[in-house]
Design a protein around this ligand. Sequence first.
Ligand SMILES: [Zn+2]
Length: 204
Amino acid sequence: MQGYIIDIKPVKDDDLIVTLLTEHELIKAYRFYGARHSNINIGYKIDFELETTKANIPRLKDVIQIPFKWILDNEKMYCWQRYIKLFYPHLKELEGLDPFYFYCLDNLIFILEKQNALRAIIHSYISLLEFEGRIHTDYECLLCESEIKENISLVRGFLPVHAKCTYGKVFEMKKIKSLFEEKDLINLNNQEIEYLWDILLQGL
Ligand SMILES: [Zn+2]
């Protein structure tokens, strides 16, 4: 089976509880410290087997890391890890998982080979919001509930607000419309991308 490591919790004696995002579910598994050849880190994609034990969670075994082309690119890896960590709080309560999430990450790995990390991740996040029906193209302000015609700003979850209602960064309406409706980031400058990245880091 293959999965992405989205959470790692240390338990006794340097053992770990690892949460994996797989095609159909999140899997929690126990990893003994003794299994020293297996490389475990947030954001890694691994091939693995599960061994059932008397404990209530299975044991992780036969772990093989599936490398990405950019795995030694520190900046890309850092951004990737910060992004993928957010999937744990976002998805941990769900019973099953739509394959969308797994394939969205697969696709992002491929896009990251060529693209700027923040732009690639924000683009992927817009697809996630779209999949979850959370893109607000009615442009109604979260706070005052009236329509935003200009001077839009965004808060957590890329929810639209009037810039004057939050004192947030002002975006040109047409740039946010291109982002939401065409998934087009080309008009956003680097400073704007960094602002969107900071909002994203507040949580999916
Ligand atoms: Zn408002």
